[in-house]
Design a protein. Sequence first.
Length: 297
Amino acid sequence: MSLTKYLLFLLWFMVIAIPSEAQLNAVPGDQRPEDRDAIHKHIDKIFEAYIKGDRATIRATHSQRWTGYVSVSRDIIRGIDEYIQAADDKRVARISGYKILDMDTEFYGDVAVVPYIAQVEVNIGGSHVSGKLRVLDVYAKMNGEWIQVASNTVVHPDTQAAYEQQPSPVSDGQKKGLLVVREAVWRAYFTNDRPSLEQMIPGEVLAIDASEEQWQNRDQILAGADQFAKSGGKLTHLEFPKTEVQVYGPIAILYSTYLFEIEASGAKETHSGRATEIFVNRQGKWVNAGWHLDSGK
């Protein structure tokens, strides 16, 4: 290759390579104010569409191949149709107002990364509740216009913590499910149903029984069930005359009165008292993490 051709090739390579390299350099939003402001207005437009329930605008402001997560997502959302379906999920609270608290924008050529925190007002059960969202949007410039192509929206840790510190309403179905599990734990103990006990009582369980001076861990609880079975004891009656339930996030506390009758060696014994039991929801199932029984006297 002649020197002239080599220099021409080198010049051509530099012309091609420089724009490609520039695409990889991060440019802060204040260096591209027009693009930054256009994206911020676009985000405002999406919020206003959610407040008005304007699904046509929501669809138009997101790309056909949009991907990411909304606040209740467990799986990746792929495409605008799945996004609209997720937006209509009844678990997604309806926004009635918003305020952007903090926002940043970084450009990589015709792609922008936009993290922000928003204070939102939502309607839940007829009540207005305030909270924060933590959002990461990805924008791309297509046909000269910015459009949202991906996003991840989650409840802000401050709001999540505040939610878990407040009592949650307990539905009839939720209470019924807790009572079913609670009774199953008691019956599994008296029948020495080890497989069921191992599923319903976690390794960190701590129990204080009315007739025992020492607190019991999981191994001691399982050993007590085994000992009761080997003694020939049988549960002949079990009831919980009164139960109140409190729920805080994934934790439920049951306050009850109990009465049970057991038969051993031809003799019957009746026991009654009060119980405070703690249940934790793990992977959709309630487990009994601890209890305190007393004689009620």
